[in-house]
Design a binder for this molecule. Structure first.
Ligand SMILES: *Cc1c(COP(=O)(O)O)cnc(C)c1O
Length: 424
């Protein structure tokens, strides 16, 4: 049934699984709950929710059942001139959970496209009003995706290096803290009139290595941007759907963004889909008899009914008391474990936001994404049946919400053992 002979033909290039080591890629045959099973029957606990997407565990029977029914009803329809119930219902259900200024939903395929749409909305928002606003602000070390617009607003790194010249210019600012607020504000103030938008990952910069800033500081910066009329894009591709301990990072903040981006956990990690939401004010700038004011952006699979159905089912599961309690339990367990971690001689910078726990392996080596220690830790955890993917020397846990306290303890125990193994 499974043809694994030409593994090297289906490989995404990555430092841990480069082309030359493609044959090392582990063939996964099936998943159930928090576990993935390979072709030899070995099971792995998915401590990173398969790149932060899986919310309720693998092959969740309820989502599968709902998608199966939808597959037998309507699998796909052109989303121009036509609409369908899953798309309408999903828009309604999602908007109910978001800050009240979020009024409209724009569908696309993944996190990067959700960001592209958000950027195009802002740039054209200014264009449609004949305002000369072309500058964009983003955080240093940001990650917003791999397409060209998303790369442009991401920190310059090994990922973006070959394309450097072709990325558009962005003003990168520090993330806010209690020390730098005045400096940040004056940096922004003197160009405020030319700024098309400010895009940011709220509370936690995931790909940068789970770097965290406080909700109070971000709220203060947002308040300042609001006072200057700067459009804000809140990229909740990672933070959305419970990751931060609340449904959205927005629930920790006192200010509302103009535009929001979602993907990853949106469908519970079952199907690719991106969503960009916006306020009525943004939407109104496109509402015109003038065809040139249209936001000309659409993907073939826009609002795919199967993906919408998966998202509806996942959100239904997410809002169950059982899931919300689980999220809280994970938060508390992480918090207890972080006290133990903080005492460990090989560990520094332990940090946590909700279900996300991160810490650094103390090393004299350079701590870049490509450093050796990351790969060694990765291999050691794999052997122990745990999927963790350190970002350089940063280790982190982003478990599916269905993980039990025993399974979490198993991971914690192994982390301590591995740290002792690597003791200098
Ligand atoms: C993963 C991620 C993206 C990109 O999403 P893809 O679906 O991988 O294109 C964008 N923004 C943030 C904050 C992310 O973590």
């Amino acid at each position: 049934m499974y043809n694994l002979k030409s593994r090297d033909k289906a490989v995404n290039w990555h430092p841990y699984t480069q082309m030359k080591t493609a044959d090392d890629a582990i063939p996964i045959i099936r998943g159930k709950g928090v576990y993935l099973y390979d072709n030899e029957g070995k099971k792995y606990i998915d401590a990173v929710s398969s790149w932060w997407v899986t919310l309720h565990g693998h092959a969740h029977p309820y989502i599968a059942e709902q998608v199966f029914q939808q597959l037998n009803t309507l699998e796909q329809v052109i989303f121009a001139g036509f609409t369908h119930e899953p798309a309408i219902q999903l828009s309604e259900n999602l908007l109910q959970l978001l800050p009240e200024n979020q009024q409209k939903v724009f569908y696309s395929d993944n996190g990067s496209t959700a960001v592209e749409v958000a950027l195009k909305m802002c740039i054209q928002y200014a264009y449609n009003q004949e305002k000369a606003k072309t500058k964009i602000i983003a955080f240093k070390d940001a990650y917003h995706g791999d397409t060209f617009g998303a790369m442009s607003v991401s920190g310059r790194s090994a990922w973006t290096q070959p394309f450097g010249e072709m990325l558009f210019e962005v003003i990168f600012i520090d993330t806010p803290d209690s020390q730098n607020m005045d400096a940040l504000q004056s940096q922004i103030a003197h160009i405020a009139d030319e700024i098309a938008c400010f895009i940011y990952e709220p509370l936690i910069q995931g790909a940068a290595g789970m770097l965290m800033h406080s909700a109070e500081d971000l709220s203060e910066l947002m308040k300042f941007c609001r006072s200057k009329g700067i459009i804000m894009i809140q990229d909740e591709v990672f933070t959305g759907f419970g990751r931060t301990g609340k449904l959205f990072a927005a629930d920790h903040l006192t200010e509302q963004p103009d535009i929001m981006c979602f993907s990853k956990g949106l469908t519970g990690g079952t199907m690719p889909m991106g969503i960009t939401t916006c306020s009525q004010e943004i939407f109104n700038a496109f509402l015109s008899d003038d065809k040139y004011k249209t936001l000309f952006h659409g993907h073939s699979f826009t609002a795919n009914p199967l993906a919408c159905t998966a998202a509806l089912a996942s959100m239904e599961l997410l809002l169950k008391q059982e899931t919300l309690s689980s999220i809280d339990r994970i938060r508390v367990q992480h918090s207890d474990f972080s006290k133990i971690l903080a005492e460990h001689p090989n560990v520094e910078n332990v940090r946590q936001t909700g279900t996300i726990l991160a810490f650094e392996y103390k090393t004299d080596q350079n701590t870049s994404y490509f450093n050796e220690i990351g790969k060694r830790l990765y291999d050691e955890f794999l052997q122990r049946g745990i999927i963790m993917r350190p970002l350089g020397n940063v280790m982190y846990l982003v478990p599916p919400y269905c993980i039990t306290s025993e399974e979490l303890d198993f991971i914690y125990q192994n982390i301590l053992e591995v740290l002792n193994l690597f003791r200098k």
